[in-house]
Write a protein that binds this ligand. Structure first.
Ligand code: FES
Ligand code: FES
Length: 174
């Protein structure tokens, strides 16, 4: 048994230590935002944040995560934003993270399969770099992680626009 901290809650899981964190999140905790794409850390579909840093949960073993580390999945982004903004529990229930809001307003996804990783990457970027340049956005998706974030539908231009829109929303505190 292992204890992990997911989206602000301590969760006990029975899986063996060498189980990929992705399987634990999806199969044991029913958090299906992270997707199984390549399983080899090459696409980014499975990304989550650990202590604010994007990691590939398909190659991260359950035993590699300590109970003190804060895992945030796509599902936990609204609460993450609410906590950062000091919103009440009631407000948090009806709040989307600005990155998610921007993705909706820009109608970014096509099939949607890769978009979990794209949103997680945008969140990591904007928390450290609130007003990124075009170059910084491109680098975030191509050279800053284990490997580039891949989209087989080719939504890259829409993703850049969504990140820029999210930066504007975050600056407004929405
Ligand atoms: S499924 Fe993890 S990087 Fe592709
Ligand atoms: S939207 Fe289809 S893979 Fe990216």
């Amino acid at each position: 048994m292992a204890t992990i901290n997911v989206n602000g809650e301590r969760r006990e899981v029975q899986a063996p230590g060498d189980t990929p964190l992705l399987y634990v999140l999806r199969n044991d905790l029913h958090l299906v935002g992270p997707q199984f794409g390549c399983g080899l850390a090459q696409c980014g579909a499975c990304s989550v944040l650990i202590d604010g840093k994007e990691i590939r949960s398909c190659i991260t073993a359950l035993s590699d995560v300590t109970p003190n580390q804060e895992i945030t999945t796509l599902e936990g982004l609204p609460a993450r934003w609410a906590k950062q903004k000091g919103l009440s529990a009631e407000e948090a229930k009806t709040t989307l993270h600005p990155v998610q809001q921007a993705w909706i307003e820009e109608q970014t996804p096509q099939c949607g399969f890769c978009q979990n990783g794209m949103i997680i990457k945008a969140t990591e970027l904007l928390e450290s770099t609130p007003n990124p340049s075009l170059q910084q956005i491109k680098e975030a998706y191509t050279t800053s992680g284990v490997s580039p974030n891949l989209c087989r539908c080719g939504t890259y231009a829409a993703i850049i626009e969504a990140v820029q829109h999210a930066a504007t929303l975050m600056a407004k505190g929405r």
